[in-house]
Write a protein that binds this ligand. Structure first.
Ligand code: UD1
Length: 379
């Protein structure tokens, strides 16, 4: 039986793994899962395993918070022996986190083929830790599973030219890796599967006394917006100003909360009129909240896409995005890291053109990735 080794560590990776783990099982591929422990609070980790019915990880490294170098080094030290013991045919990593980088590096150094899910994304801003993680991971990967054609084009510009998108059974002996393929976005697979489930199971709107389209969902967690207390304070001021015209629900990432608690600013923000600051919520609760929102204000990559998939306008508090399709669709606007008048900006937003959702595939990305993994390791 083919065995693969998956590295997970951060909230969006648990969610994405739901789709691929199922597809691997259907293909008869056995999966060994390592959790690095990058995210460790119950509401950042365990809740996703429980809610989505993910199999508990086979090994847990409990790395927790540290500097980037320390965190990555501890992960490398834990992952190398685990991979060496298991001798997997491939290692699967997701996205752009420190866990992604560590998994890819550990595997590449052991000569194990690396599969990167969500490959080819670029913000072209190397000061973002995620951009460094993406670039390095892509360049040590053997199978680069791109969510969009734009991601394939980014990789083609960096010299990757073995595109297997339209080859149903590529043969690694005839076409050596690294392979690139536009398989679509696994997040679309997950969202399509759980959208109705979220609507029937989540009690979030009732619990917070929210009416559909009468509130905005806001999230912030990127280092560029949270590392500097003054930057974060100015963004929160704008969000509080928005809350004076429409209620704002803010599930707060622990990174953001820690900065505010340190400056005694959390209570001040949370007590502003119209602001509902809450703990991080589960996938189904966030999906239900987002689906019924009037708009989304965020610096998250995942939420920009979910906004498009759900037909909800999005304002992105960044200067650039790796998901340019969401902006081209008309449903997402980059308002920068120092926005003003979010309420006015939101008023002028429409939902993104649904035709652009097709640029993220047909909701069958996971099955395509599993098929490519089988082809890659068959030889
Ligand atoms: C990480 C990823 C980012 C991804 C995000 C999803 C990197 C460099 N960044 O950012 O790409 O979009 O995850 O959420 O890998 N913390 C807790 N409890 C937890 C987890 C984190 O308190 O369960 C706190 C810690 O103080 C930690 C801080 O949050 O230092 C930031 O966590 P970290 O994993 O460094 O980065 P994220 O901001 O979550």
């Amino acid at each position: 039986m083919i065995q693969v080794f998956t590295v997970l560590g951060a909230r969006p990776q648990f969610i994405k793994s739901w789709a691929l783990s199922r597809a691997l099982t259907s293909c008869g591929i056995q999966e060994f899962v390592a959790h690095t422990g990058q995210h460790y609070d119950d509401d950042m980790s365990e809740v996703f395993f429980r809610e989505l019915g993910l199999r508990p990880p086979d090994v847990h490294l409990n790395v927790r918070s540290a500097s980037h170098a320390q965190m990555t080094a501890r992960m490398l030290e834990g992952l190398e022996p685990a991979m060496r013991d298991r001798k997997p045919r491939a290692v699967i990593v997701y996205g752009d986190t420190n866990s992604t980088l560590a998994g890819a590096l550990a595997a590449a150094k052991l000569g194990i083929p690396v599969v990167h899910v969500e490959a080819g994304l670029r913000s072209f801003n190397r000061s973002m830790p995620e951009e460094v993680n993406r670039v390095v991971t892509d360049h040590v990967s053997d199978l680069l599973c791109c969510p969009t054609a734009a991601a394939v084009a980014n990789l083609a510009r960096e010299g990757f030219d073995h595109d297997v998108t339209s080859t149903s059974e590529p043969d690694v002996r005839q076409l050596p890796s690294p392979w690139i393929a536009n398989v679509g976005d696994v997040m679309l697979d997950v969202l399509r599967h759980f959208r109705e489930v979220a609507a029937s199971r989540s009690t979030m709107l009732d619990r917070l006394a929210l009416s559909p389209r009468q509130y905005v969902v806001a999230t912030l967690h990127r280092a560029e917006n949270t590392a500097d207390a003054e930057q974060l304070a100015s963004l929160l001021e704008e969000i509080a100003a928005l809350a004076r015209s429409i209620r704002v629900v803010f599930p707060m990432h622990p990174r953001t909360r820690a900065v505010l608690d340190g400056a005694d600013a959390y209570e001040r923000f949370a007590s502003q009129p119209g602001v509902t600051a809450i703990e991080p919520v589960s996938y189904l609760d966030l999906l239900h909240l987002n689906a019924n929102a009037r708009g989304i204000v965020t610096d998250s990559g995942g939420l920009q896409k979910e906004a498009l998939f759900l037909g909800v306008p999005c304002l992105t508090v960044r200067d650039e995005t790796e998901w340019a399709e969401t902006v081209e669709a008309g449903g997402n606007r980059l308002v920068g890291r120092r926005p003003s008048n979010l309420a006015g900006a939101l008023e002028h937003m429409t939902t993104g053109s649904s035709a652009f959702v097709d640029k993220f595939g047909a909701g069958d990305a996971a099955g395509r990735i599993a098929g490519l993994i089988r082809a890659l390791v068959r030889a």
